[in-house]
Design a protein around this ligand. Structure first.
Ligand SMILES: [Zn+2]
Length: 118
């Protein structure tokens, strides 16, 4: 059996936090219910990914505030700033959605480790 990829590599590749091989997502926004490689159930309980929503908000703020400040410093009109922020948010939403869930899975794995699928 080949060695597990490094934690950061597996996180960026959006792989299972336990085996680091199975893909977490089955499509753009859909999660596999269980890891295709080890069978780990990703959603531990109902509402499990609510923390990921909060992480997603933080990612969005971290991405949009600098854009907003830069546009205001350049003297852009409020309507322009609003339009640019809306477009940026729409473009970033799928990326943020995915990485917020993956980050939450990895943080939760560090806080409450699961060594194998139940
Ligand atoms: Zn796995």
């Amino acid at each position: 059996m080949p060695a597990q990829p490094a934690l950061l590599v597996a996180l960026l590749a959006q792989r299972c936090p336990v085996c680091r091989r199975g893909a977490i997502f089955s499509g753009w926004l859909e999660l596999h219910p269980t890891c295709p490689a080890c069978g780990l159930r990703f959603e531990r309980e109902s509402g499990y990914f609510l923390v990921a929503v909060l992480i997603g908000y933080m990612f969005a703020i971290a991405a949009l505030v600098p854009v907003c400040v830069a546009l205001f410093l350049k003297g852009a009109a409020v309507n322009t700033v609003f339009a640019v922020l809306c477009c940026t948010a729409l473009i970033l939403t799928p990326i943020i959605h995915r990485f917020a869930r993956v980050l939450w899975l990895y943080v939760d794995q560090q806080l409450h480790p699961r060594t194998k699928a139940p």
